[in-house]
Ligand binder design. Structure first.
Ligand code: AMP
Length: 293
């Protein structure tokens, strides 16, 4: 029987910093590399998160997984209070994946003066798509990611492609603010049905879950239709998703991978289709890369 080493669960910034410092020194004293890899999460871990942690373990010697449901990135009427919190199960999963530290601070630890007064702003793209539906969301996300980078000082940080606009904005923040961290992006992990894994899938009852599959099915139809151009890809996705009465589409857009602005109808080249919808009462997002010849 394999005995799993549980990661150390730490809830204060000072303690994490000193434990990290010691760990780095211990490894470095053996002459080995001591790369620190950060995986930021909000917990309620599923196989998508686990894929990120597996990648982190492959990339570095010290893996910090943060579990923090960041109040700054939730709007007043959003699901901050009901967001699933499953710390014990999360720690067990992280032991299986080989994480070194779990950083699970309270909101007071991260924001001792309440909502911190200094924020990172995501700029114009932060106001589009997810940002249009969730005002302030990306400022809150970038602020906490920047704080986590400063607390952990990772060599690498691992994010999921599932949150494509988030990846774009974190990449831009790293470049714009000259942060010393490299980004690693892991492909979206899906159920065999195609549905992208998400902590919010817990909230779907069976009819909503069946309807939610139309998002990934619509994206797959768009990827095939992209051979005929951007408008054909959009029509193909609408045909699949629009057939589901339980799905209230928020946006469906094809963006340029370097600017995240919508592409013109006659655009050719690499692109990404982004979709968001409320299914039953649960907001879901998904995306796929398109190659428009
Ligand atoms: P969250 O806990 O939802 O904030 O997500 C934490 C990280 O896990 C983010 O980088 C997400 O993009 C990533 N993630 C969430 N779901 C998936 C998935 N199905 N596949 C890959 N990465 C994911």
């Amino acid at each position: 029987m394999t005995v799993l080493t549980k990661p150390e669960v730490i809830d204060t910034i000072d303690e994490l910093r000193s434990r990290l410092c010691l760990k780095r020194q211990n490894i470095a004293s053996t002459g080995a590399e001591a790369r620190v890899v950060l995986v930021p999460t909000m917990g309620a871990l599923h196989d998508g998160h686990r894929a990120l942690v597996r990648r982190a373990v492959a990339l570095g010697e010290i893996v910090v997984v943060s579990i923090f449901v960041n109040p700054l990135q939730f709007g007043v009427n959003e699901d901050l209070d009901t967001y699933p919190r499953t710390l014990d199960a999360d720690v067990t999963a992280l032991a299986e994946e080989g994480a070194t530290f779990v950083f699970a601070p309270t909101a007071r630890e991260m924001y001792p003066d309440g909502a911190s007064s200094t924020r990172v702003t995501a700029g114009a793209i932060g106001g589009l798509y997810e940002g249009a539906a969730r005002p302030g969301h990306f400022d809150g996300m970038l602020t906490v990611v920047n704080k986590l980078f400063n607390i952990v000082e990772p060599d690498l940080a691992v994010f999921g492609q599932k949150d494509a606009q988030q990846v774009f904005l974190v990449e831009r923040m790293i470049a714009d603010l000259n942060l010393r961290v490299s980004l690693e992006v892991v492909p979206t992990v899906r159920e065999t049905s195609g549905l992208a894994l998400s902590s919010r899938n817990h909230n779907l009852d069976e009819p909503a879950r069946a309807a939610a599959r139309s998002l990934s099915a619509g994206l797959a139809a768009a990827a095939s239709a992209a051979l005929k151009g951007v408008p054909a890809a959009i029509v193909a996705a609408h045909a699949v998703i629009g057939a589901q009465t339980l799905v209230k589409l928020d946006y469906l857009v094809v963006v340029h991978p370097h600017t995240y602005l919508p592409v013109a109808d006659d655009y050719r080249g690499p692109a990404r289709m982004l979709v968001a919808a409320v299914v039953g009462s649960t907001r879901l997002i998904d995306n796929i890369s398109l190659d428009i010849p």
